[in-house]
Design a protein around this ligand. Structure first.
Ligand SMILES: [Zn+2]
Length: 301
């Protein structure tokens, strides 16, 4: 009887739920790490773009300066020619050209001034950005370190839990372990549930036929719920299992957990049981699979 009370399965499930919780905790670090680094990354990208634009404008400004110098040269030559014209017609032509060059020169100079002004403002902005980046990096550094060490601690904890599980399963009954692992292989969380006092499955609340209820109570063979496929244990373990399923991470049980467990809670008034349905949504998802497994298993018996 001692070896057949399935308490090992209950304990194994407790361990596996702890492992799931820690795995989720490790995953939760990823978005946090991204969040911490983001402000500095945004500033850096902004600074990079500003720097590139500044380079373009400096180039533009240099070209304008060359153009201004060239026009000054032309103006000088035209001024000289005005002094040596031979007739009025020639004078009119040179004057007209001189006028045009002067106007173009004015435009170039105006544009160069405007670009220089923009360059100055952009340099100021860049300076501000670089200061903000230094500040952001200063903040990110310690926070990043904190997150990275937090994740490392969680990874270490996971390693220990996995080691603990290994030692535990080494001495477990092989058929219990094989069945348990088989049920969980498809991603199911709950593989073990208590038989309720009124003879229902503690996971899906389907009624268990009396002959199977007796087998569960006497621990003669591994009995699974026909509805959801979990291994049924004695009612005595109900409290333990309730505690375990309570610890199950919501994220691992699927999005729709609220609606479905609420529905089950309404149907089930037994105060000892509601926790056992906390992770019920995955029964919904894996129903098909587990029924197949269950049938296959029944055929073996
Ligand atoms: Zn069931």
């Amino acid at each position: 009887m001692m070896e057949q009370d399935r308490s090992n399965l209950v304990e194994l499930q407790r361990m596996d739920l702890k492992i799931l919780v820690v795995q989720q905790r490790i995953r939760d670090f990823d978005p946090l790490l991204g969040e911490v680094e983001e402000p500095a990354l945004v500033l850096e990208s902004d600074s990079e773009k500003t720097r590139a634009r500044l380079q373009e404008m400096n180039l533009e400004e240099r070209q304008l300066e060359l153009s201004v110098a060239e026009k000054h040269e032309r103006q000088k030559r035209l001024d000289e020619r005005v002094g040596s014209v031979r007739n009025l017609r020639e004078e009119a032509a040179v004057s007209a050209e001189l006028e045009m060059v002067k106007r173009a020169l004015q435009n170039d100079e105006q544009e160069a001034l405007s670009i220089l002004d923009q360059i100055r403002r952009m340099e100021g902005r860049l300076e501000e950005l670089d200061e903000a980046i230094t500040e952001a990096r200063g903040f990110v550094g310690p926070r990043l370190e904190e997150l990275v060490s937090g994740r490392a601690a969680a990874e270490k904890e996971l390693e220990e839990l996995e080691h603990e599980r290994e030692s535990f399963t080494d001495v477990m009954d092989a058929s219990e372990l094989r069945l348990y692992d088989g049920i969980r292989r498809g991603g199911r969380i709950t593989a073990v549930a208590a038989l309720t006092e009124d003879g229902a499955c503690g996971h899906c609340f389907g009624i268990i036929p009396p002959q199977f209820q007796n087998e569960v109570r006497h621990g003669e063979s591994l009995i699974r719920c026909e509805g959801c496929g979990v291994i049924l244990t004695l009612t005595d373990h109900a409290d333990e299992l309730a505690g375990v399923t309570e610890a199950a991470p919501d994220a691992a049980t699927g999005e729709e957990s609220g609606a479905i467990s609420a529905e089950f809670s309404e149907q089930e008034d037994d105060p000892a049981e509601p926790e056992a349905v906390e992770d019920n949504p995955e029964a919904d998802v894996h129903q098909e699979v587990s029924i197949e497994v269950a049938d296959e298993d029944r055929a073996d018996e």
